[in-house]
Design a binder for this molecule. Sequence first.
Ligand code: SF4
Length: 348
Amino acid sequence: MKATAPAERPTAAKKAAPAKGAAPAQKTAPAQKTAPAQKTAPAKKAAPARKTAVKKAAVKQAAGKKAVAGAAVAEKAAAAKPWKNESHAALVRRARRIDRELAEVYPYAHPELDFENPFQLLIATVLSAQTTDLRVNQTTPTLFAKYPTPEDLAAANPEEVEEILRPCGFFRAKTKSAIGLSKALTEQFGGEVPGRLEDLVTLPGVGRKTAFVVLGNAFGRPGITVDTHFQRLVRRWQWTEETDPVKIEAAVGELFPRSDWTDLSHHVIWHGRRICHARKPACGACPIAPLCPAYGEGETDPEKAKKLLKYEKGGYPGQRLKPPQAYLDAGGKPAPPLGPGDGPVNPG
Ligand code: SF4
């Protein structure tokens, strides 16, 4: 699977260059060039195959050099501490640049919970507390097949729901939440998920984080999702010193136009899950190292850092069983369904 690893390196390296103010046009060129080459031009298929292989090898080689250069740039930047006494305007510029860079690394970033309607997303988000999105995605197909609407789930036998939710952990509490939430939707909102923050947060077990996930992804209304990754990363980037999620949301929201909020949340969360981990951030393979005040908190050696990446382009599947097409087009893999030993697959 390391065959796909080169895709990480060029990106990381590409990102490192711009810190010096290099022309951004050069950064994206290799990645964009290779992708369309596969998709289009079927007439020239046979000949370009060799070319692409040569190009890939060249990109790989260049990437290695650039990754080292990127690390050097990041170290210089860290020593110079350009973010110390950073003005608000400079912070806005740096924050937006980080987001732009991440958008290039994860152009297919998306919510990592499988859902087909606002009700499914709402329930899945509530179930995702204390577990992985993957585990939720592996559990919800059975749940929604049996209880497709809030009315169905509101009238469900709790013991049957518990059996379905067992693989998610805390299954008794989660069953209570899911049924309670469905009852509230049925009784207060006619079985529809409301599309307003002020209504969503009146539902049992729904806080601002859950509400913004639903608003941003099921209703297309901008929202910032301050989860554990978001909190950790914005602190590392010194975007804010706030620790309270509502204050973080306000402080970060101020740095970006509203229209960017939902995508920004995806970019930050994806970066936190794949590269900037809580315990071992992969600084030496990080595309935004030169813009990061916390560079050096993790492994800075590019080769060692590369091994820390949890990156679908390195052959890892994503979290969703049914990822968006853009993700598949970019080489992402769907997650596997629930396997034996993971819990009851078809209970009841
Ligand atoms: S702490 Fe390291 S991995 Fe995280 S954003 Fe900064 S440079 Fe990248």
